[in-house]
Design a protein around this ligand. Structure first.
Ligand code: T46
Length: 138
C-alpha cells in the first residue's frame, strides 16, 4: 500500500529520552523539509489529499493522532501515540489526519520542498491516477 510503520531507536537514561533521525539511514529518503502540525481542535480532520511523488514520515512526538491511509483497493487507520514510531507514506496514498489530542504535535519529515502541484486533492481524480500508478508499479 506504499506505507510502512517504523520504529526509531531511543536513547533513554535518567535525564530522559532522545530519538535521533538520520536522513537516508533512519528514513528511506533525504529529508528536504520538516514541518509540524499542532493546536488542532477536537473534531477537526485534515489532509484529504494524496501526493503524486512526495515521500514523508509522520511522527507524533506528543499526544496522539489517527491517520487514515487509503488506496482505491484498501484502507487502514493508524494510531500514532509514540515518539519512537513513524509512519512512512509513499506516493499515491490518500491520507486524512483526525482525532488529534489537545497536546498532539505531528512532526513530518518530507523528501522534497513544498510543491503545490504535487498535491491531488480531488478524490475521483486521485482514484483514476492511483489505479494506473499501482498497476504500473506492482
Ligand atoms: C501532508 C499532511 C500529512 C506550506 O506553506 N508549506 C508546507 O510545507 C506545508 C506542508 C503547508 N504549507 C501551507 C499550505 C496551506 O496554506 O500550510 C497550509 C496548510 O497545509 P495543508 O492544508 O496542506 O495541511 P494538511 O494538514 O492538510 O496536510 C499536510 C501537508 O500539506 C501534506 O503534505 O501529507 O500534512
Amino acid at each position: 500500500m506504499n506505507i510502512q510503520l517504523m520504529e526509531f531507536p531511543r536513547h533513554m537514561d535518567e535525564y530522559g529520552s532522545l530519538v535521533p533521525i538520520e536522513a537516508s539511514d533512519s528514513v528511506p529518503f533525504d529529508i528536504k523539509r520538516v514541518y509540524y502540525i499542532y493546536g488542532v481542535e477536537k473534531g477537526v480532520r485534515r489532509g484529504f489529499h494524496s501526493h503524486a511523488d512526495l515521500e514523508q514520515v509522520l511522527i507524533c512526538v506528543s499526544g496522539h493522532v489517527r491517520i487514515l491511509v487509503k488506496t482505491p483497493w484498501e484502507e487502514q487507520e493508524i494510531f500514532l501515540d509514540d515518539p519512537q514510531k513513524g509512519l512512512y507514506i509513499g506516493p499515491m496514498v490518500w491520507r486524512e489526519m483526525f482525532d488529534f489530542s489537545g497536546d498532539a504535535v505531528l512532526l513530518v519529515l518530507a523528501g522534497d520542498h513544498y510543491k503545490v502541484e504535487d498535491y491531488i486533492r480531488d478524490y475521483n481524480k486521485y482514484e483514476q491516477i492511483a489505479r494506473q500508478y499501482f498497476t504500473e508499479n506492482q
